[in-house]
Design a binder for this molecule. Structure first.
Ligand code: PLP
Length: 402
């Protein structure tokens, strides 16, 4: 509970769900309409067309009324058969959960990655995937699965490099990529990077509440779905793609979230995706300046793959990150992400995605700095001052010169 009567606005700075802009809340508050009527069909056709621009694909994007986990399952069961080998790469907690799901579905996941804690501090090592595929002369591996933006650590992965690694071996495995927390915050290119199934969700860069998720499909993935033998019904692409032709779904879609998606796409495409990406990169750089000034460690060890979406802040030995996080919540009504899986208690995560601005992030960093000091964590210098300097000296890309 808060230490005070709640007033002002809650600061939701977890790496998703991210704050929902008022424009989207208003769009979602319109009356629910007949999902088989002509007005809905027109909306469906328009938004199925627009959503492809965000994935940077000419192909279809399937939209599910489900959280991201549902779209993970959909990707696997639409394309694979019982007992298939799947090469998955351990970047963190979410990669681990996806791997567990694959096993529960009756697949044979092989989980590779850097030893010890290193895997959770670096992006996917494409050469490890290449080496493993080269050994697979019988082509038993049917898919390679990687997470683009590992939300549990704040580390991204170079998906183009993974594609090149697969191509270098001539191996026919499908490439499946989870960009649940990367889409519409970090640069992502489904077609250009040769991804077969891209999985994403609504509650991060798209600035929507949780509740819709996506599979973007290549032709090769659609071909695979015609032969795949894992049981599927609700998640099956064929009936959805058929109904989507006219802007409908084979079941009741979540109409009001789709109003929100339409508004989100309008906002993102009007701003321009490159501006959206630049804005996130700049915020992430400002937040990292603060963490460095505090003298604390960033979870990601490779500057080339720092996440533009969130930053993992590692606590000094002996400090419980959850105690610090809870104090910050209670005193300042600011929610930060907890350490997940084997990072539990060792770090907290600052989300800097979606509907933020320099001042929301300055407030967030102030809350962190006060909370760290109140928790007795020794800080080398003021991160707030460092971030203020960064934000004032680095104008946003689209700032007017006036
Ligand atoms: N994958 C990643 C990278 C995520 O960040 C999340 C959720 O945060 C998931 C998968 C699971 O998605 P959901 O919680 O929407 O089911």
């Amino acid at each position: 509970n808060l230490d005070f009567h709640p007033s002002g606005r809650h600061f939701l700075q977890i790496p998703g769900p991210s704050p929902v802009p008022d424009r989207i809340l208003r769009a979602m508050s319109l009356p629910t309409i007949d999902h088989r009527g002509p007005e809905f069909g027109a909306l469906g056709r328009e938004l199925l067309d627009k959503v492809r621009q965000v994935f940077k694909t000419q192909g279809p994007v399937v939209i599910y009324p489900a959280s991201g986990t549902g779209a993970w399952e959909a990707a696997l069961i639409n394309t694979l058969s019982p007992g298939d080998s799947v090469l998955m790469y351990e970047t963190g907690h979410f990669a681990t959960l996806w791997q567990k799901m694959a096993r529960r579905l009756g697949l044979e996941p092989e989980f590779i990655g850097l030893p010890g804690d290193e895997g959770w501090r670096h992006g996917v090592q494409a050469e490890m995937i290449e080496a493993r595929l080269r050994e697979d002369s019988e082509q038993r591996i049917k898919a390679v699965c990687v997470v683009h933006n590992e939300t549990s650590t704040g580390v991204t992965s170079d998906i183009a490099a993974v594609r090149r690694a697969i191509d270098a071996t001539g191996h026919p495995a499908l490439l499946m990529v989870d960009t649940i927390s990367g889409l519409a915050s970090a640069d992502y290119r489904h077609d250009e990077w040769g991804v077969d199934v891209t999985i994403s969700g609504s509650q991060k860069g798209l600035m929507l509440p949780p509740g819709i998720s996506f599979n973007a499909l290549s032709d090769k993935a659609i071909d695979a779905s015609r032969k795949a033998e894992l049981p599927k019904s609700f998640w099956a692409w064929d009936e959805i793609l058929e109904a989507n032709r006219n802007g409908y779904w084979p079941y009741t879609p979540n109409t009001n979230l789709l109003y929100g998606l339409d508004e989100s796409l309008n906002m993102l495409l009007t701003e321009g995706l490159d501006n959206v990406f630049a804005r996130h990169q700049r915020w992430a750089a400002g937040v990292r300046e603060a963490v460095k000034a505090w003298g604390l460690e960033i979870q990601c060890q490779d500057p080339a793959v720092y996440s533009p979406v969130l930053t993992g802040v590692v606590m000094p030995e002996g400090v419980d990150a959850d105690t610090v996080r809870q104090l910050i919540y209670r005193r300042f009504d600011l929610s930060l992400g907890m350490g997940l899986g084997k990072a539990k208690g060792r770090m907290f995560r600052i989300g800097h995605l979606g509907d933020c601005n320099d001042l929301t992030l300055m407030a967030t960093l102030s809350g962190c700095e006060m909370g760290l000091t109140m928790s007795g964590v020794p800080l080398a210098s003021s991160g707030v001052e460092a971030a203020m300097r960064y934000f004032s000296e680095h104008a946003p890309a689209h700032a007017s010169d006036a």
